[in-house]
Design a protein around this ligand. Sequence first.
Ligand code: ATP
Length: 505
Amino acid sequence: MTEEKLTMEELSSFCKRKGIIFQAAEIYGGLSGFFDVAPFGLNIQNNIKEIYRKELIYKREDMVEQDGSIITNPRVWKASGHLDGFGDLILTTKKTRTKLRADHFVEDELKIPTDGMKAAEIQALIVKHNLKYKGEEFEEIKDFNLLFPVRIGADESKDSIAYLRGETCQSIFPNFRLITEICRKKLPYGIMQIGKAFRNEIAPRDFLFRCREFEQLEVEYFFNPKDKFDKLTEDLLNTKFQYLSAAAQDSGSDEMREATIKELVKSKAMSDIHGYWMAIMLNLAQKEMGLSYKNLRVRQHVKTELSHYSAGTFDIDYNYPNGFKEMLGMANRTNFDLKQHQEHSGSKLEYFDEATGEKFLPHVIEPSFGIGRHLLAVLLDAYTKNEKGEIVLKLPKKLAPTKASVFPLLSKPEFIALSREIYTDLIENDIISSFDKSGSIGKRYARADEIGTPYCITIDHDSLETGIITVRDRDSAKQIKVHKDKLAETIRNLINDRIEFSSLK
Ligand code: ATP
């Protein structure tokens, strides 16, 4: 097997061909920054979300999940700061009025980091280097707000304007007190949400990496900064990763070194709760999502790029075709959001600690990622070619869109009947499977490999007589024989790593 480094264009055409992601309404020419999740992609995405749900909600007593509305009272966005400060700087060319995102343009032209630069600094760089776009000069740089306005009801006045949410977490903060009381939660505890977010990006690009509509998974983990935190075990402390510190970036370097959570927590680069969540998310990315160590790095935000609410942010970057870029952000948002919503709504959001009698606004650590950026990373890491040059999508088995594909050797009625019986039995056992009766068995294997199906099941002459069928493993291409009555159980155990394929005869 060889690893294949794909370009974004190659990945997007693979995703189209295999029914993973389509451009939205492609027959109309699509719409920039909008995508449809196609049937196989939906299965993979659902599996990604279900694994995070299992690990972050079902397995824990200190986490709950909610699903807030996409459009909400617009005062939420005033309080959160998005109406005034959620924007990018935009450059417009004088003649053709082409719009460019100023920071990206200057970064690409001058090869310098521009994160967090103010309008005046960027304007000065444009003047100093006499930057032009295809020979055209620019108008004065402008602020551009990324929230999508929508009109509510038939009222045409200014008062009817609301917004599609720019991040999911602003549906969580206003509910903090209700959830704490009704779900009887004690600190530290977290609220997770998976849902759509919308940003009117000036220049959507790089396939699912920068879109205008995308899905986020966000965790708001609330705590009292005065309390001792006792969940950061030795195992988590020893989590290793490639690291790019703010200091290295400040000195103009992008060289990574290996670091541990222990080192960053001890040196107070991150708090213990921040370190805890970093370890949890790094471990899940590798163990459950199949992302490799070498393709992940933790990057500390430099001072100038910290968001208005953040007292420290670390990204988990993935090595995308265009280099290491943010897959997940993890900010220490302090009690900024609760404070803002308490002030703007006039409703108390404080937590009451029964043990100490203290009333306060908890702080929050926020791991947050886009499902689309995560899906890209999963696909890039899984994409390999076998010695015949055929694609084998080595998805972690739990993420595969179908777990087994059932092949009747011949299309005679008795082969089809037994194959259907086996297929139905797998489905009844909650093992999502497919049925494929066309082409040679070799062709069918190749088709299944391309979409990452871990097990192919062939029904041959012998199966009709004895009920014994052949199971072929995607990763080793080895085969074993299993009786049909034991098939569903065997497949389930294999998928959940309770048994190893090589241990079976
Ligand atoms: P960037 O700097 O790349 O614009 P950001 O720092 O603004 O991203 P956050 O506000 O931290 O992003 O959002 C959290 C996560 O949501 C990101 O880590 C990313 O995975 C995802 N995300 C943000 N913007 C987009 C987008 N336009 N398209 C797809 N995913 C996005």
